[in-house]
Design a protein around this ligand. Structure first.
Ligand SMILES: Nc1ncnc2c1ncn2[C@@H]1O[C@H](COP(=O)(O)OP(=O)(O)OP(=O)(O)O)[C@@H](O)[C@H]1O
Ligand SMILES: [Mg+2]
Length: 265
């Protein structure tokens, strides 16, 4: 997994438009995430970044446009009409701008919830607790615990999630997303609220996740040093319109991008 293979997108969108009443939150968005890449989506507050994630994950259905997800080469799935849980099972996982953990569950239980979206035994199996279901549950608990070990949270496995330090809560949210075994991981402002040391750890974590899990990452982020450091390519949204895309070094000196950000103040 050393960088993206050219011309093999894990995600591509064409003409994605999202209209809320009189507000066009996304206008004709054509977007690509190359397989194995870390791609960033940046833009001023209210630009439409989270709305784009909500369209991809089935929370909103775009007014127009095509969203094609390719969990592996040669396989394409149209996301537009699918429900959120189906999109998760197909291999798109996300975290949220404001952390959404099950605060009163333990760290391990939070990861198990992520696993559950992939479980074969349905509700009936869970109620009957037959042999197959018990075996599957044991395998899920082992898988979850191994994930916690891999991401430095095993010592807190039985702690209640709300008692974790903030940085560890952000990390746990990423681990829970990984428990769904995604091909594409969407991170909505993972550095929000982190201090400088925690942001540096996040930088390493994002690279490690890409290598270790062999997945692609789409990152919404306001922390420009993080974006410039981890991204293979960057897209810039302003008032729902993509105004630039390219390698980070080009984006940082693009006059349109500079203007969009300076215009904010
Ligand atoms: N459900 C909704 N109904 C109406 N308007 C909405 C809805 N969701 C988002 N919007 C509007 O769409 C625009 C884009 O919002 P969005 O949350 O996607 O921005 P963002 O780029 O994620 O901003 P931030 O960096 O502040 O998180 C905003 O004007 C917002 O008010
Ligand atoms: Mg947002």
């Amino acid at each position: 997994m050393s960088g993206p293979a050219p011309g093999d997108p894990v995600l591509s969108t064409s003409g994605v438009t999202m209209i809320f009443g009189g507000l066009t939150a996304l206008s004709d968005v054509n977007f690509r995430v190359e397989r194995g890449s870390i791609t960033a989506l940046i833009g001023p507050n209210g630009a439409g970044k989270t709305t784009f994630f909500n369209c991809l994950t089935g929370i909103y259905r775009p007014s127009r446009g095509i969203m094609t997800f390719s969990p592996e080469p040669g396989r394409s799935i149209q996301l537009r009409k699918l429900a959120p849980d189906r999109i998760t099972r197909l291999g798109v996982a996300r975290t949220f701008q404001n952390i959404r953990l099950f605060n009163n569950l333990t760290v391990l239980e939070n990861v198990l919830v992520g696993c559950h979206s992939r479980m074969k035994a349905g509700l009936l199996g869970a109620l009957l607790r037959d042999r197959g279901t018990r075996d599957e549950e044991r395998a899920m608990a082992e898988f979850s615990y191994r994930l916690l070990e891999r991401y430095g949270l095993a010592a807190s496995a039985n702690h209640v999630a709300k008692n974790l330090p903030y940085g560890a809560q952000r990390r746990l949210e990423i681990v829970r997303a990984l428990a769904t075994r995604p091909a594409l991981l969407l991170l909505d402002e993972p550095a929000a609220g982190l201090n400088i040391a925690e942001t540096r750890e996040l930088d390493e974590l994002i690279r490690f996740v890409r290598e270790r899990e062999g997945l692609s990452i789409l990152l919404i982020e306001h922390d420009m040093s993080l974006v410039m450091s981890v991204s293979d390519s960057v897209y810039v949204l302003d008032y729902g319109v993509l105004i630039a895309s390219g390698p980070p070094a080009e984006i940082r000196r693009d006059p349109k991008v500079v203007k969009a950000y300076l215009g904010e103040d």
